[in-house]
Ligand binder design. Sequence first.
Ligand code: H79
Length: 450
Amino acid sequence: MIKKAGLLLLALLFIFHFSQAQTDSLTRHRADWFKEAKFGMFVHWGLYSILAGSYNGHTLPDSSFPQGKSWYAEWIEQRLEVPDSVYHRLVHQFNPVKFNADRWVRLAKEAGMKYFVITAKHHDGFALWDSKVSDYDIGSTPYKGHDILGELKKACEKYGLKFGFYYSHCEDWYAPGGAKPHWKPRIKESAFAKYWNRKVIPQIKELIYRYDPDLFWFDTWGDAQEAEFITDKRRDQLIALIRRLDPKCLINGRISYLNPGSQVDYLSMLDNAYPGEKKHKPWQTPATMQHSWGWHSKDYHWKTAQQMISFLVNNASKGGNYLLNVGPKPNGMFPKMAVRRLMEIGGWIAANGEAVYGTHHVDTKAPKGIVFTQKPNKNGGKNLYVCLLKEQSQMLALPFRYNNIKDCYLLQSGMPIPMEKNAAGNVVLNLPEKVAHLYDGVQVVKLNMK
Ligand code: H79
């Protein structure tokens, strides 16, 4: 009898040990795909897209409003003081008849993006899916019956992209207890608690049960309300919930920007912020193509494709990702300026993607206007990618031993690049003028190292 009980205990211990090991391994490897991926698409789309940055004869930014000095079109309700009743009635106008999930995700794929993150709910509180706990959702629009998030998920599976959600867990301008902009009267803790339990938690569950996402992107940026409402307890409750229901799902540091704790999978920088060095966790810059995230028809500050490629490569050189935003129009179309840029970036990636995907940061300090990425190669050595982001002189000295380099050529064409050895024993590349002066955009020279 005692022997039997002992055996049973042993078996149980074994099973426990085994499942624990599996969980540990999942925890350790959960973010592997994210580290390799480097490049993702962010989409900001909701009721604000209808207003496109303008309301009642005013266009953001507009300093005649006390809080009007911002380009962020997704903030228009607050910044241009759109009356709640007017803004809420936009649900009756949200009818993106030209929405085509396959086309969106195909564009992302062709741009070289490996994951796709869409605003399931932004600060305005509007849910882009048919939510059981809120009528402020797609189910109240003329587009009801369409499963936007489901179609996007399907398209992501088809094209091999990971799929995840931006979810505004702190600010919610619709729910009475959701946090409001910092210049508004502060919400009571008891009201926030209600909002948290009756909207945030159930909606996160819905998103997981319905769409099985690969990641969540929460959004705080270190202001006073975050400190007050997103307590460690709430942060950990939300993390535990997601871990329990969807252990593969990644969670970002902006779940609590001031105090992310140790359990988050990756860090998100502030909007359009680029750190100077690598981080202790996988990380990412969320970035805009214009100033605004949501569609803003009068924001003409479009970055060039080459600028965006530089940001992508620069982040890769520090071990980070680049999450590039598109703000679709209310009819469901991507702005043509965005389409053009996605295609241009995709063209560059088709020729130079090897220098980005699956690479690691390089500690060696690079000359100005240059960044390095690297990865092991099949011969037991490594490939070092010298990315020229700014014009260089044709004789380019690099901080690598000449004797360690087997081979050197332009990545996109295979054109050999002549090398010399300088007095210090380091390599000096002899670049053709068109390469050194970037006539063909950002250039990558590949060094095959011992
Ligand atoms: O969803 C988008 C924005 O609506 C939301 N986060 C992104 C992904 C956001 N809303 N407000 N904030 C972020 C805080 C913004 C702070 C800013 Fe700044 C101050 C933006 C511009 C000045 C800090 C400094 C961040 C960029 C520069």
